[in-house]
Every structure is written in C-alpha cells, then in structure tokens.
Design a protein. Structure first.
Length: 542
C-alpha cells in the first residue's frame, strides 16, 4: 500500500473559555489513501466537524488549540504549516463542502462571481477564460442551462442546485482531497441520492480522495470505502464499510446501527370519529406583472387535495421540497387562506376568521421542524409551555398551571425540575420534546407535525418517533405528519399522501404504498430512501 494522502496521528483539540478547558477531540488517528473515501460517523457533539476543520486549521484560534498530534498531507504536517502555506493548500489541494449551502454562499454575489473568485485567486483566470471554466464546472455538477444561471443569486436556486454550486466551487482547482461535512443533511431524499451519486462519479473521474462527515449510516453504506465511528471525541471503531455493517464490534456502533426508526403505527380504526376532513383544498398564490400589477398566472402550491383523518390515526404527507406539503398543513390549520371544504371535528372551518378560529386553537396544535427556532430564547421552558394555558385556560391558578407544565414535561420524558432553564441549555432532541410538551399541554385532538425529526440525530429521531407513538395511543391523537424522510413516515403513518407540485401523485394505506407503489414518482422516492437499486431516479429528474 502506498503512503496515505492524509494521515492524522494522535490529534487532540481543546477549547478554552473563561479559564476553563474542554477536550473536544481526544487523540484520534486515521488515514485516507489516494482515491479512497473515508466516512467519519457519529452523532452531534462527537467531534466529527471539529476534526475535519482541524485539517485546514479553520477552528476559532486562539480559543481552540491542539494539545497534541499531527495532520500530515502528502507528508507535510499542516499543524506546523505557515499561513502562506495553508493559503495555498486551502481551496487548491484540499477543498471543503459545508452542510448548509445557503449560509456558505454569499447572498450578495451571483454564482459566476463566487466561482470566479476562486479561479482568479488560485489560477489567475479572468474574463472569457474564467467564464468558460465556470460553465464547464456547472455542467460537470449537473446544473441545467448553466448560461442562464451565471447571474443567479443563491436564494434563486433550490437546495440541491445550491449544493451543486458548492461542489463546483470545491472542484474548481482540481483538489486532491475533498472534505464533505454533512453535505446532504438538509436535502430531500431524492436530491440527496443525486448528490451522492454525483460525488461518487466526480471522485472517480478526478481521482480524488474524500473525507465524508455524517451522522447517517445509510449514507455511509452508499459512499464510503472505510468507516471511522466517533463518539465523545474518540474514534471507537474503524474498518471497511461492509465489515462494520456486517459485524460491528463496539457497543456505540451497534447503537447507531439500531437507531433507525422502527416499529409500526397504532392500528387504524374506521369506527373512530373523523377529526379532520378536507375536499378540493386549493392554495393558489397570484403572479402579478406589468405596471398595473395585474394577475397573469398563479403558483398552485396546493391544487385540489382531498383527505380524511380519524382519531388515533396518522396521515403521512411526503414529497420533495416545494411539493406543497407544509402549505397543505397550514391551510388545514387555517394559518393561511385556502379554497375548498375543511372540516374540524364536524365543523366547517374553511371560512372561519382569525377570531372565530381562536377558540379551536387549543385542540389544533403544531410542532415545527426547527426546535430551536420555534422556542423563544428569552423565555424559560416553564413560560414557553404555560403560554398556551394562559390564553386558553385562564381560570387555572398559578399552581394548577405549573402542575400542568410539570406533568407535560414528565409525559415527554423530561425532568420537570428543568423547567426554569432556557432553550439553549438543552440538546436538540430535548428541545423538540419541549416543543411537543407545549403542544400536548393543551390536550389537543389534532397535531400537525412539520418535519419534527429532520434536524435530529438518528438515535434521537427514533426516540422522538417512539414518544409520538406513545402519546398518540394514550390520547387518541390525530396526526398530520409532514416529512421527506420515508423511514420515519413508515414507522408512524397509517395513511399516506404523496405530493408533487401541489398535486396528489398517490394516496392510500401507507403499507400498500410502501410495499407496492403504483406511480413512477413514488417508486423513485422509495428507491432513494431505501437503497432500491432496481429503480433509477429518472422519474424525478424530468
């Protein structure tokens, strides 16, 4: 075996704050051979990204330091390299793709300028030569009609297109090593599959090596040659991917492999009352043009949806970003206006005003995707959960209200004694439990769950799924579960709607759709989510 392109030996990373020192990475070692993909796997806080950022010295120095170790790239220790040497390596020999392309791209500059800046800095390319290279790169990463995209700003591109632009920037100088830090976490399963396929193809074409950072073992199986499993700052197991999956040795590796959401939803009972019913629901947004701002067309975000949801039942709504899933949920809860019939516990609420809806809000709750963004950082957990009680159950005394808050926290598996803390003092999974407690404290009949697990680690996802199932069985709740993660939907949903461009592609019992999808688009979604190689993704690329 030849010398590795990257060799990390006994690397440690410490952070210093207010006289205290914490060790984030503790004496880790791994190698990457030429042309090899190594995956660094672990949950949030395991030290994965800190290790990757150490390679290019992108940590916040001097608050971060390296108490020990070395990082050798082509035989040279990067930790001892000068700033000038590092500037040459960064973006030239080693490049990096970050997790969230929207925050990694400059919102003030068009795509051509952002890629061109790299070419000018490292290769001296300008003008027509730079533009030709930019078009070549955009073609390589699968951006259609790249000439029309040169002047586009990041907000004008989809999530998958933005990530393709990031990959184009990373490949601009033909690097030897590509570091991909959770590059598909924020993407739909179909787009995720396309990006992984693209990375594999480009790596083989350019003979690159790759360090792939992720918490998703399903992705590792698709892309990595070898795996390093990391927890609490240490690498606890390493080996060939197939061997790690077939015969994991460490308890933490077995824990990760077992963390996929499992189990079945509570059985659906057709005798139970209908909680939510909708017929021909439409949400059309007008497109205005001209001096007089006349309506020339409509964006048909939701276009003629029918559904029925009973107590104790979960309706899974799946599809890619922009398919209309969340818009449908907002229409059903009357948070946006719509046309068509919407009935909640037998009442036609389609024409209800904001004031008329207010008495129903306690029985109709929402749990949002981002548990940090949906919780006020200025309020304690007790105040956050009690807020709804103060509005809807004003007769409660302070002690009664506090007792309800404590009971809600206990029900979602949190210590009631922590209710005086603030959201930033909790982990992501704990924050989502707080958001669920805020909804449950009002004893609702219907809960809209909008991607409630997408921002969480796999093991935390499984815990939240189990919690939601338990609460549903206990309180006979009706869930509208919106997600692009089909594995989570499979563990929760009795019925299912597959949406695309505002319309229903397929609808029916979840078990039938998962086991025998009828439509090409549904088959493509299943292929992307469950690694079904027999079905390609042509159906969703058209």
């Amino acid at each position: 075996m030849t010398d590795p392109i990257l060799s990390v030996r006994d690397l440690s990373v410490a952070f210093h704050q207010g006289g205290n020192t914490s060790i984030a990475v503790d004496s880790i070692s791994f190698d990457i051979q030429r042309g090899e993909t190594v995956a660094l796997v672990g949950e949030s806080g395991s030290g994965k990204s800190v290790s990757a950022n150490s390679i290019l010295k992108l940590l916040p120095y001097p608050s971060a330091s390296h108490p020990g170790g070395e990082i050798r790239f082509n035989g040279k220790d990067l930790l001892k390299a000068s700033d000038a040497e590092l500037r040459h390596v960064r973006g030239n020999d080693i490049t990096m793709i970050f997790q969230e392309p929207m925050t990694s791209l400059n919102p003030l500059h068009p795509i051509e300028r952002q890629i061109g800046e790299i070419l000018e800095l490292h290769q001296g390319l300008e003008g027509a030569a730079a533009r030709a290279r930019i078009l070549e790169l955009l073609n390589q990463v699968g951006i259609r009609e790249p000439e029309k995209r040169l002047g586009a700003y990041p907000h004008e591109l989809s999530g998958g297109q933005r990530q393709r632009v990031m990959i184009a920037m990373a490949l601009a100088n033909r690097p030897e090593l590509l570091i991909a830090d959770e590059p598909t976490t924020a993407l739909d399963v179909t787009v995720q599959a396309q990006i992984l396929e693209l990375l594999k193809t480009l790596k083989d074409q350019h003979g690159m090596s790759m360090l792939f950072i992720t918490h998703d073992l399903g992705i590792v199986r698709k892309i990595a040659d070898r795996v390093c499993v990391m927890t609490k700052g240490k690498i606890v197991e390493t080996g060939p991917t197939a061997e790690i999956f077939a015969n994991p040795q460490h308890a933490y590796t077995r824990h990760l492999l077992a963390s996929e959401p499992r189990g079945n939803p509570p059985p659906s009972d057709s005798a139970k009352p209908i909680v939510m019913e909708a017929a021909d629901v439409k949400v059309w947004f007008p497109i205005k043009s001209g001096f007089l701002r006349k309506v020339v067309d409509h964006v048909k975000a939701v276009d003629g949806i029918d559904l029925q949801l009973r107590a104790g039942q979960t309706l899974g709504v799946v599809g890619e970003s922009g398919s209309g899933k969340t818009t449908l949920g907002l229409a059903l809860t009357r948070l946006i206006s719509s046309k068509g019939r919407i009935a909640f516990v037998g009442k036609d609420i389609a024409a209800y005003s904001f004031r008329e809806m207010r008495p129903l809000r306690n029985r109709m709750q929402v749990v949002f995707q981002d548990p940090y963004g949906s919780l006020s950082p200025r309020m304690s957990v007790a105040d956050i959960i009690a807020e709804g009680l103060k509005i809807h159950e004003r007769a409660l005394s302070d002690d009664e209200r506090d007792g309800r808050v404590a009971a809600a926290l206990e029900e979602v598996g949190l210590d009631p004694a922590t209710r005086w803390r603030y959201p930033h003092e909790f982990s992501g999974g704990q924050r989502q439990r707080i958001a669920i407690a805020r909804a449950m404290v009002l004893k609702p009949k219907f809960v809209m769950l909008d991607e409630p697990t997408s921002a969480l680690d796999m093991s935390v996802q499984a815990q939240v799924v189990d919690l939601l199932r338990d609460l549903q069985s206990k309180h006979d709740l009706a869930y509208l579960f919106i997600s692009h993660d089909l594995k989570v939907v499979r563990a929760l949903a009795n019925e299912m709607i597959v949406m695309r461009m505002g319309k229903v592609v397929e609808q029916g019992p979840a078990e039938r759709i998962f086991n025998a999808p009828q439509e090409d688009y549904t088959k493509a979604l299943m292929a992307a989510a469950f690694n079904l190689e027999a079905v390609n993704l042509s159906a969703i690329r058209q």
